[in-house]
Design a protein around this ligand. Structure first.
Ligand code: GLN
Ligand code: ZN
Length: 781
C-alpha cells in the first residue's frame, strides 16, 4: 500500500464542449457572424467548465494548455514563434487571425478586401493566396494536427501570451494548475523540413531549448507547480541521434521551471524504457493500457524519489474500467514504487466524447458499461481512494463498477455462441480464392468483356442537399419508408443514367442511401450501438461520432442487395456492389476491449462475406470492398507491423474470398502512403485495387511498379478534394505515366476517391474528360 495519498490528474480534456459549442462558435466566427472577442469568450467559458469538472472529480490539478481553437500543435507554433514565413503576415495581423490563416489557408483575393488598406502588402492579396499547413494524423489516432514548417534558418522565440493567460484564468478561478506542453523533441519530430537548403530539424533543438526554458521560467513565476511535457515519440522507433538528444535536453529543462512530469503514451516504451525512467525530471507518466506489461519494468527503473503516473483508465476508448483488473495492475506497482504514485487516463481525453449525460437513447445496460471523459475523471478518484485506503471494499461505487464489469462479461448480447462457432469452424482455405489471380483474370475477362483501360468511379456520387434533407426527414419520421425509398431510387436512377451518358464502363449506384460508409453498415449489423452525442474532434471544428462496437458481430439480413440489384436492373453495363471492409469498420469505431482486435475484425469479415455472397447470388459480377483505413491501423512500431498486416489482410480475404472465380473483387484505398505495406496489399489478393495517386503525380504508383504488384490497378487520375475540373491532357499525361509502370492490360481509369463531397456539374465535367482521356490512351495501344 502506498504510504502517501495517491493523486489523480488528467493529461488533457476534450475541447469541443458537450454540445460541440466550440465547433459552432468557430464556424460562426469563420462566417464572420461573431468577432474574435466573442469566440475567445466561448473558449474561456469552455475551459472554465472543463476545469470545474476536473475539480469536482477531485483531481489534484486542473490541466492548462490542452485547449486550442484548432489544434494544440498549432498553438505551439505561435508559442514558439515559428510561424511559416510564407504567409507573409503584416505586423498588425492579430494572433488569432494568423492562427486561422495557417490552419485554413488564405484565399487569393484582390486588394481592397475588408481590412485591407491601399498599398497593403498582405501576401494573400497579391494573387496566389496560401494553402493551409499540411494536416497529419496525431500518432495512431484519428485526430489531425497541423504540421509545423521549419527551415534551416528558423529562429524561435517566446511569441504568444496565450498559455500564460490561460494559466492566470485557471488560477483566478482558484485552481491548482498543471500546465501541459508538447515536448521539444516531439515538436521537432512532428515538424517538416522545408525550403531549398537541406538540413536536419534535430539540429534546431539547440535554438529551441532556450525558448522552452523561458516558457518554463514564466510558468514558475506564475506559481505553477507542475508542467506535463508530452514526449509520445518515446513510443516510436527513433534514430539514435533522436533518442540521444533527450538526456541533454532535459538536463536543460528539468531545472528551468516547475517540476516536470514527462508524459509518454500510445505505445510501449521498449528500448526507450530506461531512458524515459532516468531522464532528469521529477516524474514520468506511462500508458498502462497500451503497455501494461511494461509497468513492472518502469517501477524497477524509475528512481524512488520520482512521481510515477500510471495511465490506467483508457483515454482512447469508451469502456468503463474494470476496477479489479485495474487494481491488480496497480497494487504491485504501488508496493514496489517508493515515490509518489499518481493515477491518470492513459493519454489525453481528447480522443473520447465529453459526457454520457444525455445519452438516454442507449439502453441502460450498455450505458452502464461506458465512460466518456467526464465519467473517466470520476473513475480516477475511486481507484486512487481504493489504493491509498481512503475507500474500502464496501464502497458503493466499487460495487457499482464491479456489477457493470460482471454484466458486460456475461451479457448474451455481447457473447453469441453462433458467432464463436462460426469462427471456430471456418473451413481451411476460407481466406483464399479458388483459383490464383491469372486464372481468375481470364475468366473475368470472358465474363465482363470490358475494354482495355476500363473506366469506373470509387462509389459515391454527390450527396446533394436534397438527399441530405430526405434522410433527415426520414429520421425525424416526416418521410415514410416508402417515400424515402422512392427518393433514393430516383437518385440511383439519375446516377446510372448519368454514368451511361458519360460512357463509363463499370457503374456504381452512387451510395445516395448512405450517411457514412461505416455507420451505414454498423446500423445494420448486430453488435454495434450508436450514441447521440458521442463526438470526437477529428480536426479543427470537424468531429466524428464513431459507432460503439460492443458485441459479437452478426448480419441479420442483407444490407445492400436491394439497392444494388435495383441499380443493375437499370443498365446492361456491369454494376459494382459497394461495401466497407472489416478493417475500416474496425478502425473507425470504438472497439470492444474484451477480446483482441483481430478477433473482432474477423467477426466483421464473416458478416461482410455473407453480403458479398448474397450480391453474387443476385447476379452482381463485381464487388468492391473499401479499405481506406488499412494503413492507419498500423502499429506505431515497425516490429508490430507484420502481425497486424497478417490478421488485417486475412480479415479482408475472409470477406472477399467466398465467391467464384468469375466474380471480380475490387478494393479501394486512399489518404496515405502505401509503398511500405505493398506486400500486405498484395496479400489481400483483390482482383483490382483503386488507389489515391493523383496528388502525388503518380509517384505513389512507382512503388507498385517496382514491387511488381501482380493484380489490376486503378490509380486515381484526379483529385476529388477540389471542385477544379482537370483537363483531358492533364489526366492523359498521368495515365501515360501509369502505363509505364503498370502493364496497360492491368490498368483501370478512375478518380482518386468517392465523389460524395462534390456537386454534379463539376463531377460530370471531370468524368467526361476522364473518359475521353481513357479513350485517347486506348487509341495509342
Ligand atoms: N466507396 C466510398 C465512396 O466512394 C469510398 C470512400 C473512401 O474511400 N473514403 O465514398
Ligand atoms: Zn477513398
Amino acid at each position: 500500500m502506498a504510504a502517501t495519498p495517491v493523486l489523480t490528474h488528467t493529461l488533457g480534456f476534450p475541447r469541443m464542449g458537450a454540445q460541440r459549442e466550440l465547433k459552432f462558435a468557430l464556424e460562426r466566427h469563420w462566417r464572420g457572424e461573431i468577432d474574435a472577442a466573442a469566440l475567445e469568450a466561448v473558449g474561456a467559458e469552455l475551459r472554465t467548465r472543463h476545469w470545474q469538472a476536473q475539480r469536482d472529480a477531485g483531481l489534484a490539478f486542473v490541466t492548462v494548455g490542452d485547449f486550442a481553437f484548432y489544434d494544440h500543435v498549432a498553438n505551439h507554433i505561435q508559442l514558439l514563434g515559428c510561424e511559416s514565413a510564407r504567409f507573409g503576415f503584416a505586423p498588425d495581423t492579430p494572433e488569432l487571425a494568423r492562427y486561422f490563416a495557417m490552419a485554413r489557408g488564405v484565399q487569393a483575393q484582390a486588394h481592397g478586401a475588408p481590412g485591407c488598406g491601399a498599398g497593403c502588402t498582405h501576401a494573400a492579396h497579391e494573387g496566389a493566396g496560401q494553402s493551409a499547413l499540411e494536416m497529419t494524423k496525431w500518432f495512431d489516432t484519428n485526430y489531425h494536427y497541423l504540421v509545423p514548417e521549419l527551415h534551416a534558418g528558423t529562429a524561435f522565440s517566446l511569441a504568444s501570451e496565450r498559455l500564460f493567460g490561460e494559466v492566470a484564468q485557471a488560477q483566478a478561478l482558484g485552481h491548482r494548475v498543471k500546465a501541459v506542453l508538447v515536448g521539444p523533441l516531439t515538436f521537432l519530430w512532428l515538424s517538416k523540413e522545408k525550403g531549398d537548403t537541406p538540413f536536419d530539424r534535430l539540429a534546431l533543438l539547440d535554438r529551441l531549448l532556450p525558448v522552452y526554458a523561458q516558457i518554463l521560467a514564466r510558468l514558475k513565476a506564475q506559481g505553477v507547480e507542475w508542467v506535463q511535457i508530452d514526449e509520445p515519440i518515446l513510443g516510436l522507433d527513433l534514430p539514435a541521434a533522436w533518442s540521444q538528444a533527450f538526456e541533454p535536453a532535459y538536463w536543460q529543462l528539468g531545472k528551468a521551471g516547475p517540476q516536470v512530469l514527462l508524459a509518454t503514451y500510445f505505445s510501449p516504451l521498449e528500448d526507450h524504457l530506461r531512458l524515459a525512467c532516468q531522464l532528469p525530471v521529477a516524474g514520468l507518466h506511462v500508458d498502462a493500457v497500451r503497455a501494461p506489461h511494461e509497468l513492472t519494468g518502469v517501477a524497477d527503473w524509475l528512481p524512488g524519489y520520482k512521481v510515477l503516473s500510471v495511465g490506467v483508465v483508457d483515454g482512447r476508448n469508451i469502456w468503463r474500467t474494470d476496477p479489479d483488473a485495474a487494481l491488480a495492475l496497480l497494487r504491485p506497482v504501488a508496493d514496489k514504487h517508493q515515490g509518489p504514485l499518481w493515477i491518470a487516463p492513459s493519454c489525453s481525453l481528447l480522443h473520447v466524447p465529453v459526457s454520457l449525460a444525455g445519452e438516454d437513447a442507449l439502453d441502460a445496460e450498455l450505458r452502464s458499461w461506458l465512460t466518456f471523459a467526464t465519467e473517466k475523471l470520476g473513475e480516477l478518484g475511486l481507484l486512487a481512494a481504493l489504493l491509498d485506503g481512503r475507500a474500502g471494499d464496501g464502497d458503493p461505487r466499487l460495487a457499482d463498477a464491479r456489477a457493470a464489469a460482471a454484466s458486460r462479461r456475461a451479457s448474451a448480447r455481447v457473447h453469441r455462441p453462433e458467432v464463436t462457432r462460426r469462427l471456430a469452424g471456418a473451413p481451411e482455405g476460407a481466406d483464399r480464392r479458388r483459383a490464383p489471380f491469372p486464372a481468375r483474370q481470364a475468366v473475368q475477362r470472358t465474363r465482363l468483356r470490358l475494354p482495355l483501360l476500363p473506366t469506373t468511379t470509387i462509389g459515391s456520387f454527390p450527396q446533394t442537399p436534397a438527399i441530405r434533407a430526405a434522410r433527415a426527414a426520414h429520421r425525424r419520421g416526416a418521410l415514410d419508408d416508402a417515400e424515402y425509398q422512392a427518393r433514393m431510387r430516383a437518385e440511383i436512377a439519375h446516377a446510372v443514367r448519368t454514368q451511361e451518358a458519360l460512357g463509363l464502363d463499370v457503374l456504381v449506384h452512387g451510395e445516395a442511401e448512405r450517411n457514412d460508409m461505416v455507420e451505414y453498415f454498423g446500423e445494420q449489423l448486430d453488435g454495434f450501438a450508436f450514441t447521440q452525442n458521442g463526438w470526437v474532434q477529428s480536426y479543427g471544428s470537424r468531429c466524428v461520432k464513431p459507432p460503439v462496437l460492443y458485441g459479437d458481430v452478426a448480419r441479420p439480413r442483407p444490407m445492400t442487395v436491394d439497392w444494388t440489384v435495383y441499380a443493375q436492373s437499370l443498365t446492361p453495363r456491369p454494376m459494382k456492389g459497394m461495401l466497407t471492409g472489416p478493417v475500416t469498420i474496425l478502425q473507425w469505431s470504438f472497439v470492444r476491449d474484451d477480446q483482441p482486435r483481430s478477433r473482432t475484425c474477423e467477426q466483421i469479415a464473416w458478416a461482410i462475406r455473407d453480403e458479398v455472397a448474397d450480391l453474387e447470388r443476385a447476379g452482381i459480377g463485381i464487388v468492391q470492398i473499401d479499405e481506406p483505413a488499412i494503413r492507419e491501423g498500423l502499429p506505431l512500431r515497425r516490429a508490430h507491423w507484420k502481425p497486424y498486416l497478417d490478421w488485417a489482410t486475412r480479415a479482408f480475404r475472409i470477406a472477399a474470398c467466398g465467391v467464384g472465380d468469375a466474380t471480380q473483387i475490387h478494393t479501394h484505398m486512399c489518404y496515405s502512403e502505401f509503398n511500405d505495406i505493398l506486400p500486405g496489399i498484395a496479400a489481400m489478393d483483390a482482383d483490382v485495387i483503386t488507389i489515391e495517386t493523383s496528388r502525388s503525380g503518380m509517384e505513389l504508383l512507382q512503388g507498385f511498379g517496382t514491387f511488381k504488384y501482380p493484380n489490376e490497378i486503378g490509380p486515381g487520375v484526379y483529385d476529388i478534394h477540389s471542385p477544379r475540373v482537370p483537363g483531358v491532357d492533364e489526366m492523359l499525361r498521368l495515365l501515360r505515366r501509369a502505363a509505364e509502370v503498370v502493364p496497360p492490360g492491368n490498368l483501370w481509369v478512375n478518380p482518386d476517391c468517392g465523389l460524395k463531397t462534390r456537386a454534379w456539374p463539376e463531377t460530370e465535367a471531370a468524368l467526361r474528360n476522364m473518359v475521353q482521356a481513357a479513350g485517347a490512351l486506348r487509341a495509342e495501344h
